[in-house]
Write a protein that binds this ligand. Structure first.
Ligand code: FE
Ligand code: FE
Ligand code: ZN
Length: 279
């Protein structure tokens, strides 16, 4: 069975996200570890987390894919911003120990014209401080569209980060279909070749999750604007091939498409499940 869900609001707590996921036919989901505009995270409600843990087990959820706020930048040119990202990620990872066995996805960052190489080194140094031996979360680097000074625009850049991380078995990759297509990987025309390249550069075993989005912009546009499934330049056929691909189909798929409400996601989940089951 396809493992699929969408980004859910964490404003009503952990158990409420689990309930909402079940309501819309999801068996995984993403959530921001805190308010994406920064600010303090609510204190951890251990009882709430325990209820979700129980639910995830009972309902056979696939791993969840928590998302770090976009405002974190581990390779900023401003020390204050790097420190903010470090402090917040330290807290987020500590909190996720209450939901063991899941993923924590983050954008490597923006090097702010310091150069990709400098950015890569800063992200890797940060991970070397953030990760610890017996942590229960795998941290995922997201493939980026290459907008502005984004780090992670190519598989090679992600590889360069991972190569410098000591506890690299705690690090995986989340592939965003909108981002890679925008970055110039033709997953619509040459999915097998792109996955072959991923395997050569990163090793397919590093691939832990997929963000399944259509894109509002044509191939290699470096823009990063998500579209609803089937309503963008990727289209339903290409995205259907992604959820059916033998190297991908066991992974958790997360929708981050623009939707007025979660019923829009329910419909996309239903549609992609139907395609994946070959009906
Ligand atoms: Fe993301
Ligand atoms: Fe994404
Ligand atoms: Zn995006």
């Amino acid at each position: 069975m396809l493992h699929i869900g969408c980004h859910l609001s964490s404003s009503d707590g952990y158990a409420a996200m689990g309930e909402e996921a079940l309501r819309i036919g999801a068996d995984t989901f993403a959530f921001f570890t805190r308010n994406p505009r920064g600010g303090n995270a609510k204190p951890m409600d251990e009882e709430d987390a325990a209820v979700l843990r129980e639910m995830l087990k009972r309902e056979c959820f696939a791993p969840l894919v928590a998302h770090a706020p976009y405002t974190y930048n581990l390779c900023s040119d401003k020390e204050r911003n790097r420190e903010f990202a470090m402090e917040s990620m330290t807290e987020d990872l500590a909190r996720l120990e209450h939901l063991p066995g899941n993923y924590y996805n983050f954008h490597p960052g923006n090097h702010m014209k310091q150069g990709a190489e400098a950015g890569i080194a800063m992200v890797a140094d940060a991970l070397n401080e953030l990760l610890w031996e017996d942590m229960h979360t795998t941290v995922l680097l997201e493939t980026m569209a290459g907008k502005g000074t984004e780090v992670g625009r190519s598989f090679e850049e992600l590889r360069a980060i991972i190569d410098r991380v000591r506890l690299s078995d705690k690090v995986g990759v989340c592939l965003d279909t909108c981002h890679v297509y925008d970055a110039g990987y033709d997953i619509a025309g040459r999915l097998d070749e792109v996955l072959g390249e991923f395997d050569r550069v990163l090793g397919i075993g590093r691939l832990k999750a997929i963000h399944i989005n259509d894109t509002k912009n044509p191939f290699a546009s470096h823009k990063d604007r998500h579209a609803q499934i089937g309503k963008g330049f990727l289209g339903i056929e290409a995205l259907g091939a992604v959820v059916q691909h033998p190297l991908l189909r066991e992974l958790p798929f997360i929708l981050e498409t623009p939707q007025p409400d979660n019923d829009g996601y329910a419909e996309e989940i239903r549609m992609l499940r139907e395609i994946a089951s070959g009906r």
